[in-house]
Design a protein around this ligand. Structure first.
Ligand SMILES: Cc1cc2nc3c(=O)[nH]c(=O)nc-3n(C[C@H](O)[C@H](O)[C@H](O)COP(=O)(O)O)c2cc1C
Length: 185
């Protein structure tokens, strides 16, 4: 059993719902980045002890929210000490448009993981992109680098498509299983 931690920011609650689904799939601990972009010392210790870390943020104006970026910059202390090298990493983002430049946010997260010397986990699901496919299908947004979720701009936190939430659980399971395969402790 690997120790997986989901760390995310959510401005308006939609990304929080996704984080909870990823965590359910991974049986992970969840850390919320505060509205000020901060986490506690205990949270840093939890991250240090993780086998796998999954990043989550909404896409705002074509990249991760500034609170997630503040957290990213704060991880530079771990970069200096190489504390997070060889951990397993994944990432997800949620935004209103089907594309909405979500890919930029995922690449941002993948790059952060790589700076730390981490091992990135792709989504691992084929796209559901036939005429018959619907929002209820796994990976109906057709991602590959990480998990993409769409919250239509007028959707409440309870109206995120079931296919996206199922994809989130699947991705959590995948990250956790890969971390377990690699874990030496
Ligand atoms: C400041 C701001 C910028 C946004 N920029 C984008 C964007 O670039 N692409 C997009 O598809 N949606 C964009 N959105 C919509 C959010 O990504 C969407 O509402 C998302 O569900 C918010 O997640 P949250 O509830 O976890 O904060 C933006 C929303 C805000 C508030």
């Amino acid at each position: 059993m690997s120790k997986t931690v989901v760390i995310y920011h959510s401005g308006y609650g939609h990304t929080k719902v996704v984080a909870e689904q990823v965590a359910a799939g991974a049986q992970a601990t969840v850390i919320a980045i505060s509205p000020d972009g901060d986490i506690t010392e205990d949270d840093w210790a939890t991250l240090d002890a993780a086998d796998a870390i999954v990043f989550g943020a909404p896409t705002y104006m074509g990249s991760a929210s500034w609170q997630f970026k503040k957290f990213s910059d704060a991880t530079s202390k771990k970069w200096f000490t190489r504390d997070w090298a060889d951990k397993v990493f994944g990432g997800f983002t949620n935004s209103a448009s089907p594309s909405g430049d979500k890919q930029v946010t995922l690449i941002q997260m993948q790059t952060l993981a790589s700076q730390h010397g981490g091992i990135w986990v792709s989504l691992g699901l084929a796209p559901s992109n036939t005429k018959a496919s619907t929002h209820e299908d796994l990976n109906n947004l057709g991602g590959s680098v990480g998990l993409l979720v769409r919250s239509p701009s007028d959707a409440s936190v309870d109206e995120i498509h079931q296919g996206d939430l199922a994809s989130a659980r699947h991705y959590g399971e995948r990250v956790s299983a890969i971390a377990a395969r690699l874990a030496i402790s």
